[in-house]
Design a protein around this ligand. Structure first.
Ligand SMILES: COC(=O)[C@H](Cc1ccco1)c1ccncc1
Length: 130
């Protein structure tokens, strides 16, 4: 009912603000747009489920996420894919893996510090009721 839509609207605002803050961080520049398949023709042979910050924003707008954990399932693909596609010991791979790990830690720290636990539980109860 109306109160549920109010809760989900607030979740979308939180997730949009979080994602936009990550997009502004120069360390996460490689994660802001889909990997260009023309530039990296073998990317889809290695990575089954591409994901990036701009796609997360579109998913939020399309009401894809009812809980933070559903958002994190997609958001985690960003750093998981980067570790999988860039495994070599050379500096370029180490560089993007370091940023991928920082993205993972930054996301979770912001969620833990800024998202109320009771609010998260209300979102989960809405998901279970649907
Ligand atoms: C998430 O971004 C990536 O996985 C690409 C893969 C890639 C390899 C060549 C071109 O792009 C990347 C971009 C920037 N620096 C390292 C790797």
């Amino acid at each position: 009912e109306e109160q549920e839509e109010d809760v989900l609207r607030e979740l979308r605002l939180f997730l949009t603000n979080l994602t936009e803050r990550l997009m502004l961080d120069r360390r996460f520049k490689a994660f802001t747009k889909p990997v260009d398949i023309e530039e990296v023709p073998d990317y889809l042979m290695v990575v089954q489920n591409p994901m990036d910050l701009s796609t997360l924003l579109s998913n939020i707008d399309e009401h894809k996420y009812v809980t933070v954990n559903e958002f994190l399932s997609d958001a985690d693909l960003i750093w998981q894919n980067a570790l999988e596609y860039n495994p070599k010991r050379d500096q370029a791979d180490r560089h993007i893996r370091h940023h991928a790990c920082t993205l993972k830690d930054t996301m979770r720290t912001i969620i833990r510090k800024e998202l109320d636990k009771d609010f998260q539980r209300i979102c989960e109860e809405i998901r279970e009721s649907r």
